[in-house]
Design a protein around this ligand. Structure first.
Ligand code: PLP
Length: 493
């Protein structure tokens, strides 16, 4: 049976559904599998499977306490027509690269891969552990996660979802996506403050024991949908297997040969899923970790020191503007030989001094990782170049990955084929992408630019963007920072 423990403390092992329900361990550690399961199928065998079958065969190895028919039910509900491509994660091949597009879900960014299935894992976990209270998902968002969580949890029975966003801190399109959210169990609130204020407000609510009691009396229990939940990480392992089967079908590799993956990285969840896939038996050669100007991870792979004491930069790839990559803690656990004491110490140093250094033995185990970064100018230049030369329009996050991929190829001349993980549709970052192509778009508003972009790209406008300018606004609440708790309380009747 695959069981779960904490990165910071050896625990009585938890089942997968207990770990999903709890989210974070009591002493602040993240849940990790006591052993990364090996695949129980051959690489040839999986070539015949569609995405859902692949998801079933991979996820069941991690979440063994979920019965077969229940797991199938979760997968059926998650990867259905809300994805606008029946392959779910199509591979697009251009002259210079292979792109695995993870943006065909309801919010056109890769968070949908995990957040469309997490609600069903939560309900299953609730049932298995006889938790009778309704789950309330409370999230602060700087844009992407909030909308993906709203789409995932909207109208899911036994759950409610409340999203706080900085009233003046998200793009026009992102805001419109959230405030037009349907679903009786959803609440979206603009906060008069920045993202940190929203985040701090939410953390305070989570830490408030009296408040926990108050809502428990109304039969509610708070939970979080952010990427430290193991229920978000495991579904992401699946698409690396999907990428591999697609490379074989495209005759880029033969069964058993390795591939590289290039991942635009923020919180380190996506690339950690690739690491898990490799340790399950998928032939991955290099993990190419791409950062923007907030290049904490590049420096970490370079020097072995993680140091968050630096200026924070707002970039055109905002979902990667991050100085603390939470999921890196799971990698530390695995490369330290599961030394919870050491990991707990490093996390304590990170909290107190803003930095820590890994041991030589740990650093030696990072040789599969290659770190790189690209600034905004470079990112824009690649958007323009690849569009003009190869007719493929990348979003800003994908373009950061492409820039690092290009540098890696120039430095190494590696002949192993690479897959670039495309984390968002260009429609999601319309303004930055269009001005990368031509400065003349700078003066034009986001909604007009959507149509302009549509004239450049083949295929239908994604459902998420079609008509967005005309959708009914359902959420009009704006609050002060100190009113957040009251808002939550009044929604939970
Ligand atoms: C969240 C996000 C990322 C970063 O992914 P992590 O798993 O946090 O490393 C990259 N690109 C986009 C578009 C995202 O939304």
């Amino acid at each position: 049976m695959s069981l779960y423990t904490s990165t910071r403390k050896k625990l009585e092992n938890l089942t997968a559904t207990q770990a999903i329900l709890q989210g974070l361990s009591d002493e602040g550690g993240l849940f990790v599998p006591t052993e990364i399961p090996a695949v129980d199928f051959s690489l040839e065998e999986m070539l015949g499977w569609n995405y859902k079958e692949l998801a079933y065969r991979v996820i069941k190895l991690f979440f063994e306490d979920i019965a077969a028919q229940d797991l199938r039910h979760c997968i059926e509900n998650a990867y259905d027509e809300k994805f606008d491509d029946k392959e779910i994660t199509p591979l697009v091949t251009t002259e210079s690269a292979n792109f695995l597009e993870l943006f065909h879900g309801p919010t056109i960014a890769f968070k949908d891969m995990a957040l469309s299935i997490l609600p069903y894992f939560m309900l299953t976990s609730k049932k298995y552990n006889k938790e009778s209270k309704d789950i309330v998902i409370l999230t602060a968002t700087s844009g992407d996660t909030g909308k993906a969580a709203l789409e995932g949890f909207a109208d899911v029975e036994g759950t409610k979802i409340i999203v706080f966003f900085p009233e003046d801190g998200v793009s026009e399109v992102q805001k419109r996506q959230m405030v037009t959210q349907e679903g009786k169990n959803t609440l979206v609130v603009g906060v008069k403050g920045n993202f940190d204020d929203c985040q701090t407000g939410v953390k305070e609510i989570f830490a408030d024991r009296a408040f926990e009691q108050e809502i428990a009396g109304k039969n509610y229990k708070l939970s979080s949908a952010n990427s430290i939940n193991i229920g978000r990480l495991v579904p992401q392992v699946v698409y690396y297997f999907a990428a591999y089967t697609k490379l074989i079908r495209e005759n880029k590799i033969k069964v058993g040969e390795p591939m590289n993956v290039v991942v635009p990285t923020g919180n380190f969840g996506n690339i950690l899923a690739a690491y898990y896939a490799k340790h399950m038996g998928l032939p991955i050669n290099k993990f190419i970790c791409a950062s923007n100007t907030n290049k904490v991870l590049f420096d970490f792979f370079d020097k072995g020191t993680y140091d968050r004491n630096r200026d924070f930069h707002l970039t055109i790839s905002p979902s990667m503007d991050i100085l603390i990559s939470s999921n890196l803690e799971r990698l530390l656990y695995h490369i330290s030989g599961e030394d919870t004491h050491l990991v707990a110490n490093m996390m304590e140093q990170l909290k107190k001094e803003g930095k820590y250094t890994v041991t030589k033995e740990m650093k030696d185990q990072l040789s599969d990782f290659y770190g790189g970064y690209a600034d905004d100018e470079t990112t824009k230049a690649y958007i323009k170049k690849i569009y003009e030369e190869e007719g493929y329009l990348m979003d800003t996050h994908t373009a950061v990955a492409y820039a690092v991929y290009d540098k890696y190829m120039q430095e190494t001349n590696d002949t192993v084929p690479s897959v670039i993980i495309s984390t968002a549709s260009p429609y999601k970052f319309t303004s930055s992408v269009m001005t990368a192509l031509d400065d003349k778009y700078q003066a034009i508003d986001d909604f007009t630019l959507l149509d302009e972009m549509h004239t450049l790209i083949k295929g239908a406008m994604p459902k998420a963007m079609d008509q967005i300018a005309h959708k009914e606004i359902k959420h009009k609440t704006v609050c002060e920072i100190n009113e957040m708790k009251h808002i939550v309380s009044s929604f939970l009747v």
